[in-house]
Every structure is written in C-alpha cells, then in structure tokens.
Write a protein that binds this ligand. Structure first.
Ligand SMILES: *[C@@H]1O[C@H](CO)[C@@H](O)[C@H](O)[C@H]1NC(C)=O
Length: 211
C-alpha cells in the first residue's frame, strides 16, 4: 500500500513535471529559419510549433518563420500550397512536437510545381465585383478551390484576410479556429469553404482555334 502510494505520487509529479515544464525554442525571422532562446511553456501550452510561410506576388517574395510554445489545438495541419492569382502563390509548412527543444532546425517548404490542368474562380477585388482574369490555374497537388477568411495577427498588426483560389488538401479544412503561436503570430480562421477544382475543358480551346 505504502509503495504503491509512493509510486503514484512519483508518477503524478513526473507527469506534472513533463506537462508543465515543456521547453521550446522561441524566435521569429524574415527568413526560412530562426533560432532563439528556450521558452518554458505555460499552462495549457503543450506543444512546440515551427511555422514557415512564403508569399510570392510576381517577383516579390516574402518569407516568415515563427517558433514557440502553443496549445495543441493551435497546431496548423501541415504543409500546403495555394495559388490565389496567376502571379500569386503561397506555400507553407508547419510542425508541432511535444518534447523539450524539439522545434530546432528548419522546415522544408513544399515544391512550387507546374500547372495541373485544373482551375478555380479568382477572388473579387476589394469592395468590387471585378475579378483578376476569369480563372486561376492550379499547380501540383492543388486540386481544391478554396475560400478562407479571418484575421491574421503578427506584431502589433491584426488584419483581415481573404484567400481564394486553388489549394492542396491540408488547407482544405473544415476546422475553424485559431492557429499559430500566442504573442508572435496568430491566425483566426472564421470561414473556410472547399470544393473540387474544375478540370480544363480542351474543347474550349479547339473551338477557339477553328474560329
Ligand atoms: C484580431 O482581431 C479580431 C477581430 O477584432 C479578434 O477577434 C482577434 O482576437 C484578434 N486577434 C488577436 C491575436 O489579437
């Protein structure tokens, strides 16, 4: 009886210790990786997250990497690519892990693949019904038409976003909620729609060439 009590007390303290004292690297950078000091996770935070996002608009390229403690339910679903306009592509990777200092190093971004014979409707320009072109052509594994909207907060900014176009499986989520790292980068997804992308109908092109 006494032994088992000691064992359960020991087990309890060990569990509490590992649950409370998870340590994760915390940093942010405008590059594909970052490293920083270890942070002791608090309360319900039980995962270390690494998140890298690259946005390309024409020749402009913007990258951001964030690392830190987070709640398990704030973990994004993993790698994805999105095409939102002919010259606008986003790719991202993320990973959550639950051991001390497991979020070191860099994540590999998914490849920017070639067009895949599918298309989605483009998004409307802000506050108007005009669109950029009439089709967004999808790439690689982007076989879904997506519509995502919500808020993205980083630093002192908190802005609304709408992403519409082609996307891969992992971005095609019906899980609304919050993703990211408190205090560094948090995305609140308030609306997510997802449908199979359209196949290009080559008879359209044949008709054109005969006219
Ligand atoms: C950003 O703004 C929205 C809307 O006001 C709010 O719901 C959300 O909590 C804010 N996010 C952060 C991290 O402050």
């Amino acid at each position: 009886m006494k032994i088992s009590l000691e064992i359960s007390v020991w087990l309890l303290t060990t569990l509490l210790a590992t649950g409370i004292c998870l340590q994760c690297e915390r940093c942010e950078s405008a590059t594909r990786s970052c490293s920083g000091p270890l942070q002791t996770c608090k309360g319900p935070q039980s995962a270390c997250l690494t998140l890298t996002v690259e946005t390309r608009v024409g020749k402009m390229r913007k990258v951001a990497t964030y690392k830190g403690c987070t709640k398990l339910e704030y973990c994004p679903l993993g790698p994805f690519t999105i095409t939102t306009a002919p010259e606008e592509r986003i790719r991202s990777n993320s990973e959550c892990c639950c051991q001390d200092h497991c979020n070191k190093g860099a994540l590999r971004l998914p490849l920017l693949s070639e067009p895949n014979q599918r298309w989605c409707p483009p998004r409307n320009l802000r506050g108007s019904t005009c669109t950029i072109g009439d089709k967004v052509f999808c790439h690689g594994r982007e076989v879904y038409c997506i519509y995502l909207s919500g808020y993205a907060a980083a630093g002192s900014k908190n802005e609304t976003f709408v992403r519409q176009g082609c996307g891969t499986q992992h971005i095609c989520t019906d899980k609304l909620g919050i993703f990211g790292i408190p205090g560094l980068f948090l995305e609140t997804l308030t609306k997510a729609d997802c449908n199979q992308a359209n196949e290009i109908d080559y008879s359209d092109f044949r008709d054109l060439s005969w006219n």
